[in-house]
Design a protein around this ligand. Structure first.
Ligand code: GDP
Ligand code: IMO
Ligand code: MG
Length: 426
């Protein structure tokens, strides 16, 4: 019985959506366990393209049970919008999509708080503006949180929001020129959403325990990347949840001991959205070229992604943290046509060579990458389908990355479509 995790090894957008989609055919359930609509996972089937933000990628397959686990923060209008769009596109989305009654709910005051905090250039993180951080903050501080299950009891929801909203209004007014919210209108608005969500809400922890007991296979789809993990990422320039496999246990209720396979997803180069240190960043024409060829613009916010060389110091760190069995190397086609390609294999920190990833962002910001420079390749890779189709220089680049990280590369991806995939081992 397969219990698999797909986890990003960089700063997000590694193409987890593509790998999850490919693997979802071999699993009964696909589970999101962290984050919310800050994620943007893209799936391409021929001329059809899907961008999933809050919903698990499994939702594209009617035979798969898709689960939004308790560790996710749910913005109901986004849930409704995504489901409606998929249904309008002819997909059968019914009770094969389930939401944990223990997942936390994002309300508009969360987004307003984030907007006001992000307006301060001193403390700005460069978030997606989806209310993710303020909602997780309410979860951890407990007093003012609303969970998905709370939406099912109108009187209870009214009582809760009558207490919470005046407090939030005071807080927001103290932060700046803020919108003020009315408890009664929010109750009515969210009860309307609850009608839509109701058939999908359940105790997903129990459901997953039952599925595992019945021998079903489960695929856990991480959002974000390991370098955005709230504990182990480049803090404070991270997200507010655990995007590593360690988030699975609290974020779904399934023991990490059940995992049979952990697949780390990495781009053949690096990208990052938002603020924070990025040692291999190419803030020049080459970075711009990679951005153009790789279409590196945020799925959620449309912001241009920062681009740079592959950072093997960072990926070795995250591959170890995530304890991956294998790595899938994505978007290799984007590097075609360069005379040389670089892989950062160590850093210079204040003139001294280090080969570990520093634990704080300020130190990382002082690190200069030390590169292994390799010959590039001119061939277009997008039609390559077997290992033998890869030019020798591209294959050498892949092999060098695997050797530096010390993990096998099982898949090389050469285009967004599910067919543009090369399996290096079965
Ligand atoms: P995720 O958040 O990790 O699921 O990744 P995103 O969907 O945000 O970003 C990955 C982007 O790269 C998407 O636009 C994919 O369609 C695209 N993509 C995936 N694999 C490849 C590939 O091998 N080559 C190219 N050129 N694009 C790819
Ligand atoms: P997927 O799942 C890339 C980044 C934001 C910001 C930081 C905090 O598509 O890989 P947040 O809104 O979470 O408080 O923002 O994290 N970020 C992502 N970057 N891909 C993502 O998701 C991201 N989710 C959050 O840009 O720097
Ligand atoms: Mg993304």
């Amino acid at each position: 019985m397969a219990v698999t995790n797909v986890v990003g090894l960089q700063w997000g957008d590694e193409a987890k959506g593509k790998i999850t989609d490919i693997l979802s055919d071999q699993h009964d359930c696909v589970v999101r366990y962290n984050g919310g609509a800050n994620a943007g996972h893209t799936v391409v089937w021929g001329d059809r393209k899907f961008a999933l933000s809050l919903l698990p990628t499994g939702v594209l397959k009617p035979q798969v049970t898709s689960v939004i686990g308790n560790g996710v923060v749910v913005y109901p209008p986004r849930f409704i919008e995504e489901v409606t769009k998929l249904r309008d596109g002819g997909l059968d989305v019914g009770t094969n999509l389930l939401v944990s009654d223990k997942a936390h709910v994002i309300l508009p005051y969360h987004m307003e708080e984030e907007r006001l905090l992000e307006a301060d250039s001193e403390s700005q993180i460069g978030t997606t503006g989806r209310g993710i951080g303020p909602c997780y903050q309410d979860k951890v501080s407990r007093r003012f949180a609303i969970r998905v299950g709370d939406l099912l009891d109108a009187e209870h929801l009214r009582e809760r929001l009558r207490v919470i909203v005046p407090y939030k209004n005071k807080l927001l007014a103290a932060l700046g020129d803020a919108k003020s919210f009315d408890a009664e209108s929010l109750v009515e608005e969210y009860l309307g959403y609850a009608e839509f969500l109701k058939p999908h809400i359940t105790d997903t922890t129990r459901l997953l325990h039952d599925r595992i007991a019945a021998g079903k296979s489960i695929l856990f789809e991480a959002a974000q990347g390991s370098l955005l993990d709230v504990d182990h990422g480049t803090f404070p320039y991270v997200t507010s949840s655990s995007s590593l496999p360690s988030g699975i246990w609290p974020g779904s209720g399934i023991s990490a001991r059940r995992l049979t396979r952990i697949i780390g997803v990495a781009k053949a180069y690096t990208s990052r959205v938002g603020r924070g240190p990025f040692p291999t960043e190419l803030d020049n024409d080459l970075g711009e070229r990679i951005r153009k060829v790789g279409r590196e613009y945020g799925t959620v916010t449309g912001r241009p992604r920062r681009c740079g060389w592959f950072d093997a110091v960072a990926v070795k760190y995250t591959a170890t943290l995530a304890d991956v069995d294998e790595i899938t190397l994505m978007l290799l086609d984007v590097l075609s046509g360069l005379d040389e390609v670089n892989i950062a294999t160590s850093y210079l920190l204040d003139g001294k060579r280090i080969d570990h990833f520093p634990s704080d962002a300020a130190t990382l910001a002082r690190c200069m990458p030390v590169y292994d420079t390799m010959p590039g390749w001119s061939e277009d890779l997008t039609t390559a389908r077997t290992p033998g189709d890869l030019p020798a220089a591209a294959r050498a680049y892949v092999d060098r990355i695997a050797a530096v990280i010390g993990k096998p590369i099982s898949i090389v991806s050469v285009g967004p479509d599910r067919d543009q995939t090369i399996h290096l081992k079965s």
